[in-house]
Design a protein around this ligand. Structure first.
Ligand code: MTE
Ligand code: MO
Length: 410
């Protein structure tokens, strides 16, 4: 039933944007439908708001390949990020303009007893389907706030989203093919391709034990709908708790390896300094690195913008979200004086250990004051956010306490 929808989607995309030179079309639609833009508070932070196929106007970082950021107020409106507002990040400009579900197959091969291939309906009918609420966060989320600034896409805090993912367990699919005893890693490839020969195809691998973990899904739906094309239609890997780089989109090939994966995207990209904090003194280069994986605990205030003026007198409600790699949130503390005093916020509904967790707290504000609002989350194993941002050359792993500057009127 949902995939008649996929056909509509296919035609929609053919009609436009991805096929025909995204930059030109992107700019035209910017003028026609969404005159506004957003300025993130750092250098090179100007972002036009443009509506791509199946998306409302989002903050454009690049059009080819598409890199679109979710405007932050959307996180205040929804604990599950709407599909049409969910951020988009592709590395390669060779993104297919159509996916034909008649011929689309997911292949499992390599160190397995038997190579297999599945259509979407095969997957849906032959395996148990599972749902998990989980945050998908780019490893470079918030990179633009790195001080000193680092190379790479200058994301604000909106290269993340929370969704209910539905699909089949990767483990079930692998077990059907029969994993050989010498298997070590599992490598994932999607339908996107580089446009220049010098760029390596986008491939990511998981160690076998992670690939076999309970919550790792080959997902075909997001928030009750087929995946939007730009978020990986028709299938994507979902690796709750791990950074989005592993969540391979338009997934069509799974190869079981009996060795470490030395492809470019494992050996050269998405690596962090090999030490306890994954960080370095600003400006330093690491001597040894490891692939990044899990997301450290974070929290955000969602209903007050930096630079806002609030009225004083009555109790002011401050709301936000928190998440971690899947231990779950134990506590969120709030300070309005830049970290001198902290009060415990009330946690909201628990949608699962990998989801955004809502929180809120009321504070009393005096007239004509300036305040520094900060939230600090602690997970169930006692890990907390950093009071001061750590630094590494790629701006990964940011989980500093963020500051929202607020003034009150008279
Ligand atoms: N096939 C494919 N999958 C991919 C990527 C890609 O470039 N190609 N980028 C990864 C990275 S780095 C991120 S942050 C997420 C972004 O997912 P989204 O576009 O659904 O938000 O997709 C991941 N999966
Ligand atoms: Mo990413």
């Amino acid at each position: 039933m949902p995939f008649t929808d996929g056909l509509t989607r296919r035609r929609f995309l053919q009609s436009g944007l991805i096929a025909g030179g995204l930059s030109a079309l992107g700019l035209r639609s910017a003028r026609a439908s969404a005159p506004s833009s957003i300025d993130l508070p750092f250098d090179r932070g100007h972002r036009p708001l443009v509506a791509f196929p199946e998306k409302r106007p989002l903050m454009v970082m690049t059009t080819r390949p598409p890199q679109l950021e979710t405007p932050f107020p959307i996180f205040d409106e929804n604990i599950f990020t709407p599909n049409d507002a969910f951020f988009v990040r592709w590395h390669l400009a060779g993104i297919p303009t159509t996916v034909d579900l008649q011929t689309f197959r997911l292949t499992i091969r390599g160190r397995v007893k038997q190579s297999l291939s599945f259509s979407l309906t095969d997957l849906q009918s032959q395996f148990e389907s599972i749902e998990v609420a989980a945050v998908c966060q780019c490893a470079g989320n918030s990179r633009g706030f790195s001080e000193p600034q680092v190379a790479g896409g200058q994301w604000g805090h909106g290269a993340m989203g929370n969704a209910i993912w539905k699909g089949v367990r990767l483990r079930d699919v692998l077990e059907k093919a029969g994993v050989e005893k010498d298997a070590k890693h599992v490598r994932f490839d999607g339908l996107d391709r580089p446009v220049a020969d010098v760029t390596p195809d986008f491939l990511k691998s998981l160690p076998l034990d992670k690939a076999m973990a309970d919550q790792v899904l080959v997902a075909y739906a997001m928030n009750g709908e087929p995946l939007p094309f730009l978020n990986g239609f028709p299938l994507r890997l979902v690796v709750p708790g791990w950074y989005a780089t592993y969540w391979v989109k338009m997934l069509n090939d799974i190869e079981v390896l009996n060795h470490d994966d030395h492809n470019f995207w494992m050996d050269r990209a998405y690596r962090i300094p090999h030490n306890a904090c994954g960080c370095l003194a600003p400006g330093q280069k690491p001597t040894s690195t490891v692939p990044l994986s899990t997301m450290p605990v974070r929290s955000f205030i969602t209903n007050v913008n930096n630079g806002a003026t609030l009225s004083a007198g009555k109790p002011t409600l401050i709301k936000g979200i928190a998440f971690d790699q899947g231990y779950g949130i134990d506590q969120v503390l709030l300070s309005i004086d830049g970290g001198q005093h902290w009060d415990a916020a009330q946690l909201g509904k628990d949608y699962g250990d990998f989801s955004f967790r809502p929180w809120e707290i009321r504070v009393a504000l005096k007239p004509e004051q300036s305040y520094r609002f900060q939230s600090l989350a602690i997970n169930r194993i006692g890990e907390s956010q950093q009071l001061h941002a750590k630094w590494n050359p790629n701006g990964y792993l940011r989980n500093a306490v963020e500051t929202v500057h607020v003034a009150t009127s008279g």
